[in-house]
Write a protein that binds this ligand. Structure first.
Ligand code: GLC
Length: 503
């Protein structure tokens, strides 16, 4: 995610401003590494276009930045529910089994994600007819049980004569070329693949219409991946020919906006062919992509440092306009331990986007493969998420109106409090919930800083005055949560999916 935006906040003299360096070429930023006396930024090419936002505090800066680059539209409520995913679910039987197990173990869930194996030879906008008896019927059955299926779509189009997406794109000049005019080929999941030039309006229009294939099948959203664009046979060369609308340019200029243009196309296809608020997820994006997509942070590992990193990563994305985001809960690569899973779900259930996902070569990490105590912890936090859905939905509404993040570092609201400046293991969810998860292996207590105000412990209802550090008890099943005094915290009755029970 290339979002060249940063915020400066100083005490003496009190100064607060933000800079958005709107340059899509390879750019660089030095924040005091060369010298503590200055910072600088620049780029290898392109115009020196940058916007300076001034204001009284960081809140005003973020509001202005998102006023300029756009704010997320209100999502469908169910997208805030729990999503179950894994690379390696590869047959109709397996998907039906996952759905049944979620309901059997009473893990509320609104969506199951279909990773690349659902496709025929990884060809986008196709379905594997050997591993699935009848995908349309399966999707209908999943929907009847409250699941909204989401499919992955990668940009790479398999080179295969006779494959309609390849043939159409070749005939119409829709794929990136070398400077000599040959269509450029690199390897991704399908093997030799070509890359749609999403900067061309006609290509976006074509890709938008391709969404109809998924919509007609009953798919509920699109998970766009590998759209940096990623490639297995070395990076795409800088001099490949890409378009920026009507203007012909190169990969060097369009690389950082490739994901942006792909999600723009995807979003407009759903606007055109479906009657729901589009649900698009992306791995790559640029400033402003929040108008079209939500995001996840890509391929992390099941290690404690990556759980720790999740909080500042998501807070930074929030300050950069891309608030509706999450991590692969449990971790993508490596094998998760039960303890790490218990702690990750406590962060995941308070992340704007809440999805468990892991790699094909990692151990299974569905809640029911965990020991019973961790299965119970998992359920406890997914249930809490579902009860708090009205609060989450309010947070998306606020974000869509003001651009202020759903999940934020404390420094955003208590900028003048030196205790929160380096705080990377607590965050605010909306304006009234302070979440202080345990992100250290073996810990059963943690230091919590409560900022100015009065705070109730969510679990014990004990009242604390802010402006102090406290030690919170946090055995494995407890994520410390504090509610701002005076808050009205609406809760839904427990349901297994959004809309199961009329609220
Ligand atoms: C990429 C994605 C990951 C996905 C995998 C297979 O690594 O980031 O989420 O599971 O590709 O599609």
């Amino acid at each position: 995610k290339s979002i060249p935006f940063f915020i400066v906040a100083k005490d003496e003299p009190q100064v607060c401003y933000g800079i958005f360096f709107d340059n899509t070429f390879h750019s660089y930023f030095d924040f005091g590494k060369e010298s503590q006396d200055y910072y600088y930024f620049g780029s290898e090419n392109g115009n020196l276009d940058y916007y300076v936002f001034t204001g009284n505090n960081m809140v005003e800066i973020v509001e202005q930045y998102t006023w300029l680059t756009g704010r997320m539209p209100l999502p469908q409520l169910w997208t805030l529910g729990y999503h179950q995913s894994r690379w390696g679910y590869d047959s109709e039987e397996r998907f039906r089994e996952i759905a049944a197990k979620l309901r059997e173990h009473r893990i509320p869930c609104d969506s199951i994600h279909f990773d690349i194996d659902y496709m025929d030879a990884f060809k986008v906008f196709t379905w594997n007819q050997e591993l699935f008896d009848d995908e349309k019927q399966m999707i209908a059955d999943l929907r009847a049980d409250g699941f909204k299926p989401v499919t992955i779509i990668d940009p790479g189009v398999k080179v295969e004569p006779g494959y309609d997406v390849y043939e159409e794109g070749m005939a119409r000049g829709y794929f990136a070329t070398t400077p000599d005019g040959d269509v450029y080929v690199n390897k991704v999941w399908p093997g030799d693949s070509v890359f749609p030039d999403f900067g061309q309006p006609a290509v976006r229009d074509w890709w938008a219409d391709k969404q109809k294939y998924l919509i007609d099948l009953g798919i509920a959203g699109v998970w766009t991946d590998m759209n940096e664009p990623a490639s297995f046979n070395g990076p795409l060369p800088d001099d490949l020919i890409f378009a920026d609308e009507e203007r012909i340019t190169t990969h060097a200029e369009m690389h950082n906006t490739y994901g942006h243009n792909m999600v723009k196309a995807t979003f407009s296809g759903w606007r055109r062919h479906s009657d729901v608020r589009p649900f698009v997820i992306t791995r790559a994006c640029y400033a402003g992509s929040q108008k079209y997509t939500i995001a996840w942070t890509g391929d992390n590992h099941s290690i404690w440092s990556h759980l720790q990193m999740a909080i500042p990563q998501l807070c930074n994305l929030g300050l950069s306009g891309m608030s509706y985001a999450g991590t692969d809960v449990g971790g993508f690569g490596s094998d998760v331990t039960p303890e790490l899973m218990a702690r990750w779900v406590q962060v995941g259930c308070f992340s704007p986007f809440f999805r468990s996902h892991c790699a094909k070569f990692s151990a299974n990490q569905e809640p029911w493969v965990m020991p019973p105590a961790v299965l119970d912890i998992f359920r406890k936090y997914v249930e809490l998420r579902y009860q708090l859905l009205p609060y989450f939905y309010d947070a998306t509404r606020a974000c869509s109106l003001t651009g202020l993040p759903m999940m934020a570092p404390l420094v955003l609201f208590w900028q003048n409090d030196p205790n929160v400046r380096e705080l990377n293991d607590e965050f605010m969810l909306g304006r009234d919930l302070l979440i202080a998860p345990v992100v250290e292996q073996g810990a059963t207590k943690r230091l919590v800083y409560l900022p100015a105000g009065s705070w109730y412990d969510y679990w014990t209802h004990e009242l604390f005055e802010g402006g102090q550090h406290i030690i919170a008890d946090a055995p494995l099943d407890v994520c410390p949560i504090y509610v701002r005094a005076g808050t009205i915290l609406p809760k839904y009755p427990l349901q297994q999916f959004v809309g199961e029970i009329p609220a």
